[in-house]
Design a protein around this ligand. Structure first.
Ligand code: GTP
Ligand code: NA
Ligand code: MG
Length: 297
């Protein structure tokens, strides 16, 4: 991609919500999806493909269904950073808990900017100030309104309070981050979910990071390859093309690709097969070497 550096443009931020168990990740994702996604297209049954996209004030934001912390780290280990921004959700009636700290560390290690959403402010026992004190003491995150630089938004995911402000802050952080992509050329994407569907065969949800993925394109992903037979967007609609930050479910894999592997568009079937053969040969070599080492021991 290097030679096209002049063609870099901004793309929509990809956001992951992380936090302690029961602090409201799913409720927040559902609230945003239900109130902001204007699907209702022909036959529009909203699919659960592990990600969706909203349009807020004319700008797109892609949300990934919360992966476990391990998945987040695994993605990073494979160089497949799917997320641009992490929303760290902390319930105001429970405060900073062990998994809050864990989630924070994962995001910090991945160098992903963090926005804190203090949730459940509708509850009578919610204590926003105490939660902020814990942010400072346990995470070393100082809220902006306390003179620090951590954007902190009080919300009620259940009542829909503070969601607009949260989305605005996401767009603001995205703007500051200058999240860029190469819009043209063969696609590069991150697989965030993959499975063998009873009816559809191997399917995978991919977030395109660069370039364009089109129906009919050949691709490689992890240790498999394929040809895009069909693409389904989060509203359940068949689409012919997906661009940067778009989540799509892809059909046409030879085998189920590894979760969190990177998908690359390639020019020809030959190129795709060659890549996979080389990769398999390399893997065999690694296995053999391990074998020899075991025999030596
Ligand atoms: P896990 O996926 O199990 O880790 O939980 P989660 O973080 O996805 O939390 P979830 O959205 O399932 O919410 C847990 C409980 O808190 C549910 O009963 C929600 O209805 C409730 N809840 C979430 N957000 C709010 C809120 O803003 N206010 C109130 N009162 N309850 C909330
Ligand atoms: Na829960
Ligand atoms: Mg959940």
């Amino acid at each position: 991609y290097k030679e096209n550096e002049d063609k870099l443009i901004e793309r929509a931020p990809v956001v992951t919500i992380m936090g302690h168990v029961d602090h409201g990740k799913t409720t927040l994702l559902d609230n945003i999806r239900n109130t902001r996604v204007a699907e209702k297209e022909a036959g529009g049954i909203t699919q659960s493909i592990g990600a969706y996209q909203v349009n807020y004030e004319g700008k797109k934001i892609t949300f990934i269904d919360t992966p476990g912390h391990e998945a987040f780290t695994e993605m990073r280990a494979r160089g497949a950073q799917a997320t641009d921004i992490v929303v760290l959700i902390i319930a105001a009636d429970d405060g900073v808990m062990p998994q809050t700290i864990e989630a924070y560390n994962h995001a910090k290690n991945a160098n992903v900017p963090i926005i804190v959403a203090i949730n459940k402010i509708d509850k009578p026992n919610a204590n926003v100030d105490l939660t902020k004190q814990q942010m400072v003491a346990k995470l070393n995150l100082i809220p902006e309104d306390w003179g620090g630089d951590t954007i902190t938004v009080p919300i009620s995911a259940k009542a829909g309070q503070g969601i607009d402000e949260l989305l605005e802050m996401i767009l603001l952080v995205a703007e500051m981050q200058e999240i860029k992509c190469y819009p043209e050329g063969l696609a590069r994407g991150v697989i965030i979910e993959s499975k063998l569907d009873k009816f559809l065969g191997p399917v995978a949800t991919t977030i395109v990071k660069d370039g364009k993925l089109k129906v009919g394109d050949y691709f490689v992903a992890g240790s498999t390859f394929g040809k895009v037979r069909r693409m389904i967007d989060p509203s359940g609609k068949n689409v012919k093309m997906a661009g940067p930050s778009d989540p799509v479910q892809i059909l046409g894999f030879e085998e189920v690709p590894d979760m969190h592997s990177i998908l690359y568009g390639v020019k020809t079937l030959h190129e795709a097969k060659e890549y996979v053969e080389k990769k398999k040969a390399l893997e065999e070599k690694v296995v053999q070497k391990r074998h020899i080492r075991l025999e030596d021991a």
